[in-house]
Design a protein around this ligand. Sequence first.
Ligand SMILES: Cc1ncc(C[n+]2csc(CCOP(=O)(O)OP(=O)(O)O)c2C)c(N)n1
Ligand SMILES: [Mg+2]
Length: 897
Amino acid sequence: MTTNVSISPQADFSQELLEWIESFDDVVVGEGAEQGAALLAALKQRAHEAGIAGSGELTTHYLNTIPKHEEVPYPGDRALEQRIENLIRWNALAMVHGQNKKDSGIGGHIATYSSLATLLEVGFNHFFHASYGDQPGDFIYFQGHASPGIYARAFLEGRFDEQRLLNFRHELRDTPGLSSYPHPWLMPDFWRFPTVSMGIGPLNAIYQARFMRYLENRSLIPATPRKVWAFVGDGETDEVDTLGALTVAAREKLDNLVFVVNCNLQRLDGPVRGNKRIIDELEGVFLGAGWNVIKVIWGSDWDALFERDHTGLLLKRMEEVVDGEYQAYKAKGGAYLRQEFFGKYPELLNLVSHLSDDELIHLHRGGHDPVKVFNAYKRAVEHKGGPTVILAKTVKGYGLGSTQARNASHQEKKLAEDVLASFVREFDLPIAEEAARAAKLYLPRKDAPEIVDLQERRSALGGYMPSRELRPLHFQAPDLDYFKEWTGGSRGRDVSTTMGFVSILRHLLKDPTIGKLIVPIVPDEGRTFGLESAIRQVGIYAADGQKYKPHDVDMLLFYREEKDGQILEEGITEAGSMASFTAAGTAYANYHVPTIPFYMYYSMFGFQRVGDMIWAFADARGKGFLMGGTAGRTTMLGEGLQHQDGHSHLLASTVPTCLSYDPAFVYELAVIVQDGLHRMYEKGESVFYYLTMYNEDYPMPEMAVDASKALSKDVREGILRGIYKFRPALAGKAVAQLFGSGPILNEVLRAQQLLAEKYGVQADVWSVTSYNELRREALTVERWNRLHPSEQEKTPYILKALQKTSGPIIAATDYMKLVSDQLAPWLHTRLVSLGTDGLGRSDNREHLRRHFEVNAESIVAATLSKLARDGKFEAARAAKALVELGIDTEIGDPARR
Ligand SMILES: Cc1ncc(C[n+]2csc(CCOP(=O)(O)OP(=O)(O)O)c2C)c(N)n1
Ligand SMILES: [Mg+2]
């Protein structure tokens, strides 16, 4: 083929150019592609030295990356594999169609899988290892909307019977169902990775590949050729999460990572880039981020046309056309393609004059050609030194007749009976027309050649996929005595709960048994939390070790990076950190290594920033500790509105597997961490913890002991359930109950004192470690009572705890009032909640707490006011007290200021 290179008009350069090209061709043909690449690199270097700028282009021609002459032959029985693929296509669509006929509106997708089928089948038959010996195999993040195809394959494999498929999206029936999308929570033996919230799958896949390396480099698992494959929609790449961490993969040289972008050119509403070509755009993005890019655009049947096109005109035409047109060709058929695409140039019309319209429309796109896909995958798994992306061009709704490549094809769930019948004919399925029209599932006999081949392929690759298998963890959590140093209090020293936590963490890191399993994660906030000593102790993980001498090397706590470092210092990415937390928090299932992540971050940048990922973490049955630092709208002083968290506990309450606590003291924190280790890793519960920690220093009391001098069981139980009495009334019987949480408990204690000394009002003080847990328990009890009206009523823990107490309840937290309001339905008296509703401010704690009305004075005022309303305190005296306390009764509500 000659090249269409434009040259300077000043001189006729064409002869010289031809000679250069011939010489280059000689090198490539005679000595190989590597030498060709070396020659090109040397020339580039020379050009650079001579001051000739490179073009900087990150897009190559709209052609397959692997030329035909470099392809290896397909190793499998293509005809047989094609029949298997066709059967899976049929069962997937029959399942979705049938379910929607039966239960209109139940949903499901056909078009996504129809575009993805070949890309998956080549993987299932030749690449996806379920295991490497006794080690876990490859991990696959499936496009969520392609789930019907995954179920249909499992049906052929004999993993699901027909009834199971008939229960697609019917999960609440008498026999087990199939979840709409990949949800390990719902199908824990099957799915590993939740992916259907767009962008979360690819992001998690990158950090999974990185965590795989971390485990290998830290000798927690042996190295194997295992890979992480992520199947991503081209529309999905619109999500910042999908592309935002690409450089991480290149920087960390993750050659265990393969992205396959299913470029069917469409998303839900219409074309992904109607006026451009998505493959060009993505090529530039991935190349720029340092990935190995393999484009699979054209199927083998185009090769013959390329060979006959000696002028480069076919390519020129391909590069004139935008995706909106490419989509229309597949929607409108062969005659349209001939007229609109080839028809622009008579030479191109000539080129295809021997092909019928039907043959024209069946010219394949690369992603539907097993040979092209196989070669791309082979290159991808053999590539060394970095991640690979395969940009595969496909057709949305491939083979679905009038549904193919339509803007509406994404949501197509039911097909006309004629379309079903013609599908069966076109894909040559052994299904009678009547059965086709009735969308009957089709399962060949076990000894049918297709099934035998399918089973053989999977057994050669180590088993079925996807599959999630749990093994016993043999984990023993330390008992509470192990945390003596922290249950013993700070002996008068002012410390914060954050400092207390970091010293617990350092202790755990030193532990000979579980120390190596601890995974501290921090997004460039280590100094904020005082992690310097931990960095010195266990080092920061750096796949390349430390190639520089840190400027602070002479200091005791220098910045230590190590190939087997333990801390994941993620840089400024809460989403990336959450992805690491997810990889580490699910390692017990994926690698059978129960790593214990502690992810420490600014609590404001947690749930509200990466809430969807936390939801997916729950779905994935993740375990670990989210440590929301610098918490509390008035305790995080100075930083102001964007930093002051007064609501993360509310958001945490929305995640069913998340146990959230707001401890005031280090011993409470120690009790919760101990319990977490026990419940998650020893008992195997699928829960995780959210703990807020603060940067306010004050003396930490020691945990109460009982008569036998052992740590009080009641206090321990109270901490874990959410409430215990911390300090009874100072003299005599309490006429009010004061609840406090986190550092605001200190304000409550001061209020208790003020009330007693200045106003003769006695009050008990309670530490409320978790309103969320108290409410959950109360709801459970209430439900039981509702369902058992004839049995003796049970009492929620909160009421048991408050038995024999009297007086109004005043609850103060550093969080929105809704946090404590959660208990209101169960209390005998109307709860008075004090909290930090409203946008934050920069100031010191004293002013912040006065502004938000959670300081001791405001608590005293609220108590007296409530007692007055209840007729237990003289109203005029209460009004006077408010003045004495310096309360501005006419100032606007901070919730709206
Ligand atoms: C975060 C999020 N936003 C929106 C959706 C709704 N949604 C589901 S599929 C889809 C289009 C997907 O297009 P693409 O990624 O190209 O996949 P295809 O089906 O074309 O293979 C959208 C918008 C979602 N699942 N997740
Ligand atoms: Mg798409």
